[in-house]
Every structure is written in C-alpha cells, then in structure tokens.
Design a binder for this molecule. Sequence first.
Ligand SMILES: C[S@@+](CC[C@H](N)C(=O)[O-])C[C@H]1O[C@@H](n2cnc3c(N)ncnc32)[C@H](O)[C@@H]1O
Length: 159
Amino acid sequence: MKSIKIHPIGIIHSPFTIPEGTPIQPGGSTAAGEIEIFDEYLEGLTDLEGFSHIIVLFHFHKIEQEKLIVKPYMDSVFHGIFSTRSPARPNRIGFSIVRLDKITGNKLFVRNLDMLDETPVIDIKPFVPSMDFFEVEKTGWLEDKVHRHKTTKDDGRFI
Ligand SMILES: C[S@@+](CC[C@H](N)C(=O)[O-])C[C@H]1O[C@@H](n2cnc3c(N)ncnc32)[C@H](O)[C@@H]1O
C-alpha cells in the first residue's frame, strides 16, 4: 500500500500548552481559541460561517509513541486503541466537534477545545446533526463510564 501524504491546512491556538490538565473531549471543555488557516487554503473557508459547529481533524503532534493497546483516561483497564479516543494511535489523527463563533480573515474563533497549542489541523468539515447523529444501541466499555468525559483531564500518560 502506498503511503499517504497529508499537509496541515492550519494550526490551533489553544490555552493548553501541556497535556496535563487539558480536557479530554470537547464536551468537557469551554476553552476558547483560534484556528489559523494557512493562506493557500483560505478560499476553502467560503460559506463555513453559516455553521455553528465544525468537525476539526488534527494531528496529535506531541505524541511520540503509537500504541495498539492502551489504558484510556476513562478506565483503569486496557483496551484496543480503536475502541478508544486515546491520542497515542496509529497516524495520530484527532477528531473534535467545536463551536464556531466567527471567522475573521484567516482566523476561526472556536470554543470547546481539547487540543494543545500549536496542534496542526489537517481538515475542517461542517457538523450537521441530521447527517452526523445516530441513536445507538451500544457504546461498548464506555457504557457506564462515558459521563467521566465531562470532568476527566489529561494526566500526561501518553506523552
Ligand atoms: C483523548 S484526546 C481526544 C481528542 C479528540 N476529541 C478525539 O476524540 O480524537 C484529547 C487529549 O489529547 C491531548 N492532546 C491534544 N492535542 C494534542 C497534541 N497535539 N499532541 C498530543 N496530545 C494532544 C490532550 O491533552 C487532550 O486531553
């Protein structure tokens, strides 16, 4: 299989400079910041301001070790990486839905950040509930633990 080249389209300016203390999901974060989009991608922002929430795909650039089995923040036992949102994953791709307050020039003013400062952004998409939301029957090992995402913070275990 050929390798895939991905180029950052921008960078996140976040109040979180270290993993310790950073919220582990947007649902547990009110933190505001900016996404700076690089000049060559600016035209792609056309019409994005009509959306109140956006999906941000990003690179966990501070992760050095990728793992297949991890003890995630919300549990005390190990799970396969693909059943978790842990950052130490193959390809290190993160996915967060955040509130978009406004766009000024090349800056997207956003809230609900769970990303570190200077995180490279690899894509942005509009979040549309009727396309992206499902009533689900199963939420696996998170079933009785998911409430923890609101208060749990990163403790630096993956750096
Ligand atoms: C559990 S991950 C979840 C991220 C995203 N919401 C997801 O589900 O893919 C969030 C944690 O990753 C860590 N993190 C965020 N940005 C990072 C980066 N650029 N490099 C390494 N770790 C990062 C933060 O400390 C944060 O608490």
